[in-house]
Each structure stands twice: as C-alpha cells, then as structure tokens.
Design a protein around this ligand. Structure first.
Ligand SMILES: Cc1cc2nc3c(=O)[nH]c(=O)nc-3n(C[C@H](O)[C@H](O)[C@H](O)COP(=O)(O)OP(=O)(O)OC[C@H]3O[C@@H](n4cnc5c(N)ncnc54)[C@H](O)[C@@H]3O)c2cc1C
Ligand SMILES: NC(=O)c1ccc[n+]([C@@H]2O[C@H](COP(=O)([O-])OP(=O)(O)OC[C@H]3O[C@@H](n4cnc5c(N)ncnc54)[C@H](OP(=O)(O)O)[C@@H]3O)[C@@H](O)[C@H]2O)c1
Length: 362
C-alpha cells in the first residue's frame, strides 16, 4: 500500500501550503517533492496569455451505435443501505486548497476492500458519527466520488471524495459548522467511516471512447470529472482507450482554490490532442467587459465552437456543482441556439433524452 500511496501522491495536486493527514511520513515527503513547474503557467489562463490548445476536429464523426450508459450489466446501486453501511477506513486526508482560499476543500481516500463496486460518476453516502439535536443518528449526506473505479491506488479497493468544509454564519450571527462535511474534513487516517451506496446514474461516463465530453464544474463539482479524467488519461484498460476530446471548464473563486490543477495539467501535457482545460477564477479574472469570470463567462469565449460540438451526436455535456451555474449556462445556450433558429428548451430536452446533457447540481 505504501508504494501505491506514493503513486497517488505523485499524481494528486497539492498547493504548497497543503495540510496532509497521512499515515506515512514518506508520503508527505513525496507530495512535497512533486514537480510543480508546469503548473505556474496556467494560473493566468484566460487572463491574456494564449495557452497551447488541442485542435478540435469539426469533421462529422463516424456514426457509432449509441449504447446507454445506464444499461450497464455490472452497474451496482444501493448495495449498502443506512441500516447496514459499509465501514471503511480513512487512509489519507489532504487539504487541497491554499491557506488563503475562501474555504477549505479536502481530498480523502477510504478503504473499501473492493466491497463498494462503484463506477466513475456515481456518488456514495456518508453517515457522520454522532447524533442530531433529537438524539437520533445523523442522516447520510451524498458525495460525488472523486476517484475512478480503480481508485487512487489502482487496486479497486479505495474510494476518494473531494469535500468542501461548510461553515456559515446564521441569522443570529452564530458560526455554524456543517455536520458531515466537518466530520469528513476532520477525519484522521485510521478512523472508521460509514459508507452507503453507491448511487446515481446521471453522471455515468459515455461508453463511446471517441466521444466529445464537455465537463462543466464549479468547486467540488469537479469530483466526478476527476474520476472520468483519471480513467481517460492516467489508466490503461483493455476495453477502453479514450481517443475523443475531453474539455474541462472549472470555476473556482481564487487561484488558490483551483482543485487538482497539477493533475489536469499533467493530463494536458500527456494528451494535448485529446484534452482541453479552461479555468474561470471568479474573484481574480474578468472578461473584456469587466464582468466576473464565472464558468459560463469562460464558456462564452468559445460559444460558436461549443455550439458546433453540441450538434454532433457523440458530444456529451456534464454539469456538476453549484445550482446557480445551470441557469448561467442555459442563458448562453439560449442565445447560441437562437442564432440557428433553434429553441434551446426543446433542443435540451432532446439532448437529455439521448443522455447528452447531464446535470447534477446542488
Ligand atoms: C448528489 C450530491 C453530490 C454531492 N457531492 C458533494 C461533493 O462531492 N462534495 C461536497 O463537498 N459536497 C457534495 N454534496 C453536498 C453534501 O451532500 C452536503 O450537503 C454538504 O457537505 C453539506 O453537508 P453538511 O452535513 O456539512 O451540512 P449540514 O449540517 O447538512 O448543513 C447544511 C444546511 O445548512 C444550511 N446552510 C448552508 N449554508 C448556509 C448559509 N450560507 N446560510 C444559511 N444556512 C446555510 C442549509 O440549511 C443546509 O441545508 C453533494 C450533494 C449531492 C446531493
Ligand atoms: N453531484 C452534486 O450535486 C454535487 C457534487 C459536488 C458538489 N456539489 C455542490 O457544488 C457546490 C460547490 O461549491 P463549492 O463551495 O465547492 O464551490 P466554490 O469553491 O465556492 O466555487 C464555486 C465557484 O462558482 C462560482 N459561482 C457562484 N455563483 C455562480 C453562478 N450563479 N454561476 C456560475 N458560477 C457561480 C463562485 O464564484 P463566487 O463565489 O466568486 O461568486 C466560485 O467561483 C456545493 O454546493 C456542493 O454541495 C454538488
């Protein structure tokens, strides 16, 4: 497991100020030794410096028979229920946002002993320890799985999450800590964690290895896309070799809150023809009109290209994160579709039917 943990550490992105809760001191060392050279070039992404880009082919794709992502014989849902959860163990818990980021996000890995057979894009439930104000056990909270089915250690025996610590001030001016997110972010290696699921079919990956996969994430909404991208670019599978176009848009408040940035840049280096990466750093970047750089603002820079891609029947859009992003993205699609005399609401319905428009926002 130590070698596997080191392999994980070599791949996972850590800001220089990361906190690490790890059972292995050598893991800590490995993380800090990870080369960070290329990472720097991207902070200004979209901020004026033209980054290297993969070329998008606009040729019509060869027709492939569409296989529903939901009709998957091996797909497991609800194997573990709240009354009898799987008891996993925390193997690693790492803060992946910088100290000056607004809020903390942690990446954590739990053991599953291969008993929680999930697919990329599914979620698990976590039941935090303790009881609620009525003395009843806490209810489960759902978290998108942030690892591929092979897991961060490549042995199909772990599951990873990307969790934002919820802290807010209520109407009475008191500071309130979210129950489960704080439980998870405070977990120490070796601690038990009650896991339910896996659940969810909406965010499963398309089966076509030549598909165009457009991923739209805000904050921790990146979780399912890290899973997709590890499968596409960091792993070898006998029955799956990604040769399409994966295009990730990630919206975060500050550059110190860019999640898994170095991993994604490594992928971009490895597969420049198959992977595009665009960040929207809302509190540091603006568009030409001086507007806040939200994910939809960044997408608008590629509006025509995105619209062309959406007309292909092997383009799949996935959206995950803040609820507010859905309307923002719909708004730009409405105007794009209108240019072709298309009603976006109707078009989107068709895309949804064909599993080409997939949304999990909260
Ligand atoms: C399918 C799905 C996947 C998810 N995946 C992830 C994930 O990958 N990562 C992740 O971090 N989260 C994810 N979430 C959210 C997660 O389930 C929890 O809701 C989140 O962690 C907060 O839970 P908590 O127990 O910490 O907070 P709780 O103790 O449940 O408190 C949350 C409640 O606090 C109140 N509240 C919150 N903010 C404010 C505010 N600013 N002002 C006033 N009241 C407020 C609201 O009533 C809210 O319902 C996902 C949710 C879903 C449905
Ligand atoms: N499967 C799921 O359903 C799922 C999975 C994972 C996470 N989530 C949810 O996703 C959310 C992610 O939050 P987070 O705290 O991790 O994110 P975060 O770090 O706060 O980043 C969110 C980014 O989105 C921006 N933003 C705010 N309003 C927006 C809008 N209307 N349109 C587009 N962008 C907008 C924010 O900008 P400013 O802050 O500068 O305004 C910020 O840059 C949480 O609510 C989490 O529960 C859901």
């Amino acid at each position: 497991m130590a070698a596997a943990a080191a392999a994980f550490a070599a791949a996972v992105s850590l800001p220089s100020s990361s906190s690490i809760s790890s059972p292995s001191p050598s893991l800590h060392k490995t993380c800090l030794l990870y080369p960070r050279g290329v990472a720097k070039a991207a902070v200004g992404r979209g901020g004026g410096v033209a980054p290297l880009r993969a070329q998008v082919t606009t040729e019509a794709p060869a027709k492939v028979e569409k296989v529903s992502k939901k009709q998957d014989e091996g797909l497991v849902t609800n194997k573990f229920k709240p009354k009898e959860p799987f008891i996993g163990r925390c193997l690693l818990n790492t803060k992946i946002t910088g100290d000056d980021a607004p809020g903390e996000t942690w990446h954590m890995v739990f053991s599953t002993d291969g008993q929680v057979p999930y697919r990329e894009g599914q979620s698990i439930g976590v039941i935090p320890d303790g009881v609620d104000k009525n003395g009843k056990p806490h209810k489960l909270r759902l978290y998108s799985i942030a690892s591929s089915a092979l897991g961060d250690f490549g042995d199909s025996k772990t599951v990873s999450l990307c969790v934002k610590r919820l802290v807010y001030t209520n109407e009475q001016g008191e500071i309130v800590k979210g129950v489960c997110s704080n439980f998870l972010c405070d977990l120490k290696p070796g601690a038990d964690v009650k896991i339910t699921g896996p659940v969810g079919k909406e965010m499963l990956m398309p089966k076509d290895p030549n598909a165009t996969v457009i991923m739209l994430a805000t904050g921790t909404g990146i979780a399912p896309f890290r899973a997709f991208l590890w499968k596409m670019f960091f792993e070898k599978h006998e029955d799956y070799k990604f040769n399409g176009l994966a295009w990730l848009f990630l919206g975060v408040p500050t550059s110190s809150s860019l999640l898994y940035k170095e991993e994604f840049e490594k992928m971009e280096e490895k597969a420049p023809d198959n992977f595009r990466l665009d960040f929207a750093v809302s509190r540091e970047q603006t568009n030409a009109k001086g507007e806040k750089m939200y994910i939809q603002t960044r997408m608008a820079e590629y509006a025509e290209e995105l619209w062309e891609l959406l007309k292909k029947d092997n383009t799949f859009v996935y959206m995950c994160g803040l609820k507010g992003m859905e309307k923002g993205i719909d708004d730009i699609m409405v105007s794009l579709a209108a240019k072709d005399g298309i009603d976006w609401a109707t078009y989107k319905k068709e895309l949804k039917k064909g599993e080409q428009w997939n949304v999990e926002v909260y």
